[in-house]
Write a protein that binds this ligand. Structure first.
Ligand code: CP
Length: 312
């Protein structure tokens, strides 16, 4: 399979073509099948991935590190900001220029919007954006897309409800960009103060996407094939009293589920706080832990592709 991602940075959900998405899904699917037969696919033996996380993470960091090790490569990690020379005042550009002397690709998460691009501009090795503040989280969007394809069988002309913190949620900002390639109709359900940024909505509409904003979660879910729940991001609020007003406002629980059609798929990038009740985990369409697992296959695909490796 040929790839157009060799040597590329992965920075934004709007950078992909349908052909890219098709190649990523096929490559991830290949790795998923291979890992059912064996523990490792030695495609990146000798290569090193560096992970730089300036913000907390469980899934993104560990799945990238798992992906690299499943590909036979090695991982070096900066560890916590406090234990690195960032604590001494080193700039982002100097840190990534240093790390590029050791590694073949960099995965970075940082609280500032645009920081992954800033890092990518400073080095010639591929940089993968693992979340830049309230900006983008493109590798999450790709694992979401892979999960949606697996759960629903197709990506074309889906009706999708995105709910929770649509202002600060970088996962939804990236996902809607990818969904816009496939003619999706989206329902955006959020409190007034956490609406999807107007410039993102305007761009989606320019691309021909049908975007409907509402505050009625139940009605939006009843019209949708899939609901994508997100956490209200307490850490992005400057005024915690504003957070207190909106926390717990949208919850998927057994009561809501009873009023929905029986095949609705539920995704969440995780971590969750209280926005999906644990009882919902037993529902067959609750796919968020399958979504987590898919992150390994998709990140294997991305690492292999940016490092110029192809699979059958
Ligand atoms: N989905 C996600 O980005 O999870 P982490 O913050 O745990 O990496």
């Amino acid at each position: 399979m040929t790839t157009s991602l060799k040597g590329k940075d992965i920075l934004h959900g709007n950078q992909f073509t349908k052909k890219d998405i098709d190649a990523i899904i096929k490559t991830a699917s290949y790795f998923e099948k291979e890992l059912k037969k064996k523990d490792q696919v030695s495609l990146l033996k000798g290569k090193i991935l560096a992970t730089l996380f300036y913000e907390p993470s469980t899934r993104t960091r560990l799945s990238f590190e798992t992906a690299m090790q499943r590909l036979g490569g090695g991982v070096v990690s900066m560890g916590s900001v406090e234990s690195s020379s960032v604590a001494k005042g080193e700039s982002l550009a100097d840190t990534v220029r240093t790390v590029a002397q050791y590694a073949d690709a960099i995965v970075i998460r940082h609280p500032k919007i645009g920081s992954a691009k800033e890092a990518a501009d400073a080095v010639s090795i591929p940089v993968l954006n693992a979340g830049d503040g309230a900006g983008q989280h493109p590798t999450q969007a790709l694992l979401d897309i892979y999960t949606i394809k697996k759960e629903l069988g197709s990506l074309n002309h889906l009706k999708i409800c995105l709910t929770g913190d649509l202002k600060n949620g970088r996962t939804v900002h990236a996902l809607v960009e990818v969904l816009s390639l496939f003619g999706a109709k989206i329902y955006l359900v959020s409190p007034e103060i956490l609406r999807m940024p107007v410039e993102i909505i305007a761009r989606l509409r320019e691309k021909g996407m049908e975007v409907l904003e509402t505050s009625d979660l139940k009605e939006a879910c009843q019209k949708s094939d899939l609901v994508y729940m997100t956490r209200i991001q307490k850490e992005r609020f400057t005024d915690l009293s504003e957070y207190e007003k909106v926390k717990g406002i949208y919850v998927i629980n057994e009561g809501l589920l009873k009023g929905l059609h029986k095949t609705i798929v539920i995704l969440h990038p995780l971590p969750r706080v209280d926005e999906i009740s644990p009882a919902v985990d037993e529902y067959s369409g609750a796919a968020y832990f399958r979504q987590v697992r898919n992150g390994v296959y998709v990140r294997m695909a991305l690492l292999a592709m940016v490092m110029g490796k192809t699979v059958k």
